[in-house]
Design a binder for this molecule. Structure first.
Ligand SMILES: NC(=O)c1ccc[n+]([C@@H]2O[C@H](COP(=O)([O-])OP(=O)(O)OC[C@H]3O[C@@H](n4cnc5c(N)ncnc54)[C@H](O)[C@@H]3O)[C@@H](O)[C@H]2O)c1
Length: 348
């Protein structure tokens, strides 16, 4: 196999698998189908691609199963995407979070070290490894918080401060990736992703906030919504990255693997694709033709006021920069969300 995608039936995995298969790569999609929507993504991949790929029903917490897959498959690239992905779930079940993210990643790395040391591992980490970013200086406008000292966004030199079990388990996992390069020479690369969105994302109120608010906007437009309640003031800002750009991160990094092995990159839509919640609601209201209304409640633990990725290191390292402009991407996301509302897989 060329590629092994753990978590390959998730949002990122399904988009990446689809793009790789369309270009003739061979792909193994490994997933335990625990995520809502994963089975639908598997059916979607089956409906679009008949050959050159296989589905492996396995769990990254199962070290022997992962070792078997890696030993037999000898993948050239492993996109390790399987994970417990919600901060809220990590607070409710920190053991599951640790075992999936930290131990699951360790199992993948050990399988590679012992059975396929030439395989490259591309790992999807998160900006949550930087913690709440309470020490930064923030400005404030009528619609958003701003970063006073970082006009291009936040780079990889920020201090690490994993916060919430999710932040800690991802930080642990990415540090193992980096260190397995230093200690054992494995070709590992870490991407610290900020928010991502696009088709094949089955958003919930706990994860995938762009998709979730698209669903809320459509329900508000159909006058079927409960009052929208948000944490914080609505001025919190994130950069957003569309699935098409995201796929290119993994593909371009793979092409440059020998030059970038051992590196860590902040990946996101950047300042040009940054939005506060207030700005997102305004934009969605205009796109659906129905203004959105919301109520504020206290901040969630460890919430960042602003995270915008400075992706210039990724541009220098492997020639990647986002191309999909967020107005366009959001219009497409509304289309995908319309389909979800009309499907049997109702909003959770
Ligand atoms: N989507 C985002 O905005 C975002 C942001 C930052 C980081 N990330 C990271 O990117 C990766 C992919 O995210 P996503 O949005 O595609 O999430 P997703 O939930 O859509 O996909 C994750 C997949 O992993 C599978 N999975 C979960 N536990 C597993 C296990 N123990 N064994 C095997 N498979 C398992 C799920 O069934 C699911 O299909 C995750 O590691 C996530 O932490 C995502």
């Amino acid at each position: 196999m060329n590629w092994l995608l753990t978590g390959g039936c998730g949002f990122v995995g399904a988009n990446l698998a689809d793009a790789l298969l369309a270009d003739g790569d061979s792909v193994a999609v490994l997933d335990n189908l625990s995520r809502r929507g994963a089975a639908e993504n598997l059916s979607w991949l089956r409906s679009r691609h008949s050959g050159n790929w296989q589905f492996i029903d396995a769990d990254v917490r199962d070290a022997e199963a992962i070792a078997r897959v890696v030993r037999h498959g000898q993948p050239r690239f492993i996109a390790h995407l399987a994970g417990q992905v919600a901060m809220t779930t990590s607070l409710a079940n920190p053991r599951l979070d640790f075992e999936t993210n930290a131990l699951g990643t360790f199992n993948v790395l050990e399988a590679v070290r012992l059975h396929a040391p030439d395989s490259a591992v591309l790992y999807s980490s998160t900006n949550k490894v930087y913690g709440s970013l309470a020490g930064l200086s923030y400005g404030e406008t009528s619609s958003r918080y701003t970063l006073v000292d970082h006009p291009h966004g936040l780079d990889e030199a920020l201090p690490l401060d994993g916060s919430s079990p999710y932040g800690c388990s991802k930080l642990c996992a990415e540090q193992y990736c980096r260190d397995y390069h230093r200690m054992y020479g494995l070709k590992t690369v870490v991407f610290r992703h900020s928010s991502m969105y696009g088709g094949r994302q089955f958003a919930t109120c706990d994860q995938g906030w762009i998709g979730w608010f698209c669903l809320q906007a459509l329900q508000a437009a159909a006058a079927a919504a409960n009052p929208l309640v948000i944490s914080g003031t609505g001025k919190q800002v994130r950069d957003v990255l569309h699935a098409r750009d995201l796929v290119q991160v993994y593909r371009r990094a793979a092409r440059h693997i020998d030059a970038i092995a051992g590196q860590i990159y902040n990946i996101g839509g950047g300042m040009a694709n940054s939005l506060s919640l207030i700005e997102l609601f305004d934009l969605l209201g205009r796109l659906t033709g129905r203004p959105m209304h919301w109520q504020c409640q206290p901040w969630r633990a460890a919430d960042q006021k602003v995270f915008v990725a400075d992706f210039r290191r990724a541009t220098a390292g492997f020639g990647w920069a986002p191309q999909v402009e967020h107005h366009q991407g959001l219009a497409e996301m509304l289309d995908w969300s319309r389909g979800l509302l009309g499907s049997s897989l109702r909003v959770a």
